[in-house]
Design a protein around this ligand. Structure first.
Ligand code: BES
Ligand code: MN
Ligand code: ZN
Length: 492
């Protein structure tokens, strides 16, 4: 999708459709009219109640003198109007445009309370691209792909520079979210650990400022990454440990991103029920998100040294697979009794979190589809955020407010430590108390951490079984926009 900002007036455009956002209170659309007929029509539609400006209500006007189509999109009440409301309205706009024979679209940039032209433009390009997203790779029949791809934002002269910047930034960020979505949607027979490694190498080619290093099985053995090796030993696919380094300047703060890259989670010997097991191809979403954020960091030139660590593996049952009761030694030297082979995420993350220490990081953030329990607790639209640093959690909350990707703080409850003590090893990989598994998992990870750290349990948000605004069904890439925003504002 191509975006430009222009100072043209609405009656100077030559588009196939002109989009006008209107709030509930806006009776006379002042500068937004293109001619007398248009003004008259809008007025009549408001009087008749055909268009109230209610949030995300859409009406199409046809047969205007100077314009093929005009699409009115409601923004709701001014008092409730936020960037997220605008993103939702753009999402509906994209759904409408998809069904029309429209290529060139002009949009009158709306004013959003407390938001700069830069932010408004960014929200528009970001949400239009994300809402139009499709995953067509495995359909052999010809798809009617959305045709609209040329978008012109009509702005006042004083807003032009900000709008240009916002449009570009929104496009870059949305495209990295799409990277993450695609990786999550590809089936596990394609998106193997090797495929993730290939993708990382491709990022390295595209962005020479990102250094990519893949540890192969023999290197992983040398590193004594016992958790990753144990989880992968039941599979024919070899594990990979993917390292991406974007290090623009020594004096900048260092942040390590760790992502769970479990390309298929059958549960292993503690096998999962078959219902919905096909969705477990998205168990590498954390790894995908890390690659997406690093890609965006290079494009946006974010002022941080950023390292991505992705332990990648399958979790399958076989004669070679780990068994309940097995004890393994992780890279840190700590031993773990594998009570349930389905609690594999924390095993592979333990080695990556330990590896992160060598960067002497100012902060480590891990992304993982770690527990079903977080979905029970917070549902499919809220990230569970654990951490040992209140300052960064507060900053993450602010980034969540700005991006609309919601987080909720979860406790690293010290009194629950007793539930992950093993009778035979240092730790067990599941809690002896069945409930509160998201907390047991986070407490488990804490044993491998000696730096400021946040753990994002994205099991609920990474996959959509229902349509959400600008998040179609399937892999969502949720947390990418959140963490990019967080890193943009990052202070040690
Ligand atoms: N990948 C799953 C967590 C998950 C569940 C992600 C549902 C997305 C949706 C993880 O590896 C897992 O299987 N966790 C177990 C842990 C249990 C055995 C202690 C779970 O949540 O059931
Ligand atoms: Mn599992
Ligand atoms: Zn898993």
């Amino acid at each position: 999708m191509n975006f430009t900002a222009t100072t043209k007036k609405p009656n100077q455009t030559t588009c196939d459709a002109l989009i006008i956002f209107l709030r509930q209170e806006e009776t006379v659309p002042e500068e937004k009219i293109i001619d007398a007929l248009c003004a008259n029509q809008i007025k009549k539609m408001r009087e008749s109640g055909d268009f109230s400006g209610e949030a995300s209500k859409v009406r199409l006007l046809f047969g205007l003198e100077n314009l093929p189509r005009m699409i009115l999109v409601g923004l709701g009440k001014n008092a409730d109007l936020t960037l997220e409301k605008l993103r939702e309205a753009c999402s509906i706009t994209a759904q409408t445009l998809k069904t029309l024979p429209v290529t060139r679209v002009s949009i009158m940039m709306p004013k959003i309370p407390k938001a700069s032209p830069d932010e408004v433009a960014r929200a528009i390009s970001e949400s239009l691209i994300l809402a139009a997203y499709e995953f067509p790779y495995y359909k052999t029949s010809k798809q009617n792909k959305p045709k609209f791809d040329d978008i012109e934002l009509l702005v006042a002269a004083k807003d032009k520079r900000g709008a240009d910047k916002g449009l570009t930034e929104g496009r870059m960020i949305a495209n990295s979210v799409i990277t993450a979505r695609d990786l999550g949607n590809h089936p596990a027979n394609v998106a193997t650990p090797e495929h993730l490694a290939k993708h990382a190498r491709a990022i390295g080619k595209q962005f020479p400022q990102i250094k990519v290093n893949i540890l192969e099985k023999k290197d992983i053995e040398k590193e004594k990454m016992g958790g990753l090796l144990a989880v992968s030993q039941g599979s024919n696919e070899e594990p990979k440990f993917i390292i991406l380094e974007y290090l623009p300047k020594k004096s900048l703060p260092t942040v390590v991103l760790v992502g769970k890259g479990l390309t298929f989670d059958s549960g292993g010997i503690s096998i999962k029920p078959s219902d919905k097991m096909e969705e477990m191809k998205y168990d590498m979403s954390g790894g995908a998100d890390v690659m997406a954020v690093i890609e965006a960091a290079a494009m946006l030139k974010l002022p941080v040294n950023l390292i991505g660590l992705i332990p990648a593996s399958e979790n399958l049952p076989s004669g070679a697979a780990i068994k309940p009761g097995d004890i393994v030694t992780t890279r840190s030297g700590k031993t773990v009794e594998i009570v349930n082979t389905d609690a594999e995420g924390r095993m592979i993350l333990s080695d990556a979190l330990d590896y992160a220490k060598k960067y002497e990081p100012d902060l480590v953030i891990d992304f993982a589809t770690l527990t079903g329990a977080i979905v029970v607790a917070l549902g499919d639209d809220i990230i569970g955020a654990f951490g040992n640093t209140d300052k960064h959690l507060t900053a993450l909350k602010a980034a969540a407010k700005a991006t609309g990707e919601k987080i909720w703080p979860m406790p690293l409850e010290k009194n629950y430590e007793i539930f992950i003590k093993s009778d035979f090893a240092d730790l067990r990989n599941t809690g002896t108390m069945r409930y509160g598994d998201s907390i047991h998992a986070a407490n488990f990870l804490r044993h491998f951490v000696d730096y400021p750290w946040m753990h994002l349990d994205i099991a609920g948000v990474a996959w959509a079984t229902r349509e959400k605004p600008y998040r179609p069904k399937g892999a969502t890439g949720t947390s990418v926009r959140l963490v990019i925003e967080f890193l943009k504002r990052f202070r040690k």
